[in-house]
Design a protein around this ligand. Structure first.
Ligand code: ADP
Length: 458
């Protein structure tokens, strides 16, 4: 069994199965065997099963939220937010299942017709991270099932309990074995088994860029369709014409979500010189009001980091910045509470040569850089191997369009700190990956286009 520990105090929360290679293969066998019949079910039937799953989980939101708090560390208030976000995908794709339209194309021959249909790609294997233990799973499973694919999920070892609870509710809703499977165990072995098996036609992965590249390499032999949601290094740009109060609030909410352990977390905060001090002072006030503790109550708190490795990495990045001249405005070290809690930290006087600029921090750290001109900040924002999301605050319309056009990222968020919802296409460019999740674009990842020529009609 895999032991699951509460990151807030190290106590055992529960156990998940440690599946053997034979058990993983059996899950692939079941997903493959179930595919032909599942792919031919009526869209309406698939929609109704998803809807039922949505209703059963919705009725028990609180139980899911408390479990997520215990195994992941995020506070209940935030877990409830993630659950609503994650349920949104089930609801959205229950509806979208009925709208996987093809088309006809004006014929190139007088006796012929051209049909274009969308077909499910086949059995899918998906690997998910621990930072959104609920939403990462519903987002992949709902889309796959809506498209007519079967799916096997391998959740992160840190947070398998929420995953298995979702599976349990899916079974209660009538989603059968084979159609939705789950395996846990040695990630390397499971990854190899998924990628080497020609029956798995698609891999959907959310996690680090290094593991994404490994899975892409491993899948080369069987040429699978892939969706890759990988790391980020999000710029958060505040121009001097912005609503500074709203920008500060948006920044604090975006940064402290999941204690900063989010791929879309603002990782480089660029503030125009004339409003730099004002913004820093305001975020300090806002951050100081937020407690740091395990959040089993309803209010928002900053929780622990997921494990010791995560804490050490954050400490190393902050220490490196301090050693190279960064000014600590707030925090700057592990929290007095001890364990895996890191103090919310604000750093200024940073330069572009520090490790923190090019590394995904994954902790409650606000690194604030000054900038002067729009061209300069766009160039600095784009100077990264990643391209997931960029945030910018400005009230000027022309600049908004220039930012949308010139920033190299899959998502540009203007005047908000909030990115995700089921109806929008989430995903990156460059080494943040490819493919989109959410919206009608998300379902395209799980289908292929079939062209049928019907000639001899004359
Ligand atoms: P993080 O550092 O955020 O945990 P990872 O990319 O290591 O990011 O983990 C994301 C997911 O990838 C987890 O489910 C993890 O178990 C899985 N994983 C890690 N290494 C491998 C691998 N070699 N093959 C397949 N999956 C892996």
């Amino acid at each position: 069994m895999i032991d699951v520990f509460n990151p807030a105090n190290g106590t055992l929360v529960g156990r998940a199965p440690l599946h053997s290679a034979a058990q993983v293969s059996a899950a692939v066998d079941r997903a493959s065997a179930a595919f032909p019949a599942w792919s031919r079910t009526l869209a309406k039937q698939r929609s109704e099963l998803l809807r039922k799953w949505f209703e059963l989980v919705s009725a028990d939101r609180r139980a899911f939220a408390e479990l997520m708090c215990l195994e992941n560390g995020k506070c209940v208030a935030e877990a409830l937010g993630e659950i609503d976000y994650g349920l949104g995908f089930i609801e959205w794709y229950a509806e979208e299942a009925k709208r996987v339209y093809g088309d006809t194309i004006p014929t190139h021959a007088s006796d012929a017709a051209v049909l274009v249909t969308k077909e499910p790609v086949g059995p899918v294997a998906a690997i998910t991270p621990w930072n959104f233990p609920f939403m990462m799973i519903t987002r992949k499973v709902a889309t796959a099932l809506a498209a007519g694919c079967t799916i096997i999920i391998k959740p992160a070892e840190e947070t398998p309990l929420t995953a298995y609870k979702l599976l349990e509710y899916a079974r209660k809703a009538g989603i059968p074995e084979g159609v939705f499977e789950m395996v846990t165990g040695d990630p390397v072995g499971i990854g190899e088994r998924f990628t080497n098996d020609a029956r798995i036609r698609k891999i959907s992965f959310t996690g680090s860029t290094a593991v994404g590249k490994l899975l892409a390499r491993q899948s080369a032999g069987t040429l699978k369709k892939m969706t890759m949601e990988l790391g980020g290094n999000a710029p958060f740009i505040v121009f001097d014409d912005a609503d500074i109060e709203q920008a500060a609030r948006g920044l604090v909410a975006a940064k402290l979500r999941n204690s900063g352990q989010v791929c879309i977390s603002p990782n480089r905060i660029y503030v125009q010189s004339s409003v730099h001090d004002r913004l820093v002072a305001r975020i300090k006030e806002l951050v100081e009001e937020i407690p740091v503790e395990q959040g089993l109550q309803e209010r928002f708190v900053v929780g622990p980091l997921i494990n010791r490795r995560a804490l050490d990495k954050v400490a190393e990045l902050v220490d490196d910045a301090k050693a190279h001249g960064a000014k600590v405005v707030l925090g700057g070290s592990a929290h007095a509470r001890g364990g895996l809690f890191y103090a919310p930290t604000i750093l200024t006087e940073l330069n572009d040569d520090m490790q923190i600029r090019s590394t995904e921090i994954f902790g409650p750290v606000f690194p604030v850089y000054r900038f002067d001109t729009e061209d300069e900040v766009i160039a600095r924002s784009n100077d990264t191997e990643y391209g997931l999301v960029a945030y910018a605050w400005t009230r000027e319309l022309g600049r908004s369009f220039r930012l949308s056009r010139n920033i190299e990222s899959g998502m540009v968020i203007l005047n908000s700190g909030s990115v995700g919802t089921a109806s929008v296409p989430f995903g990156g460019v460059k080494q943040s990956g490819y493919g989109r999740e959410g919206s009608h674009y998300g379902i395209e990842e799980y289908v292929h286009v079939k062209y049928t020529l019907m000639a001899g009609l004359a």
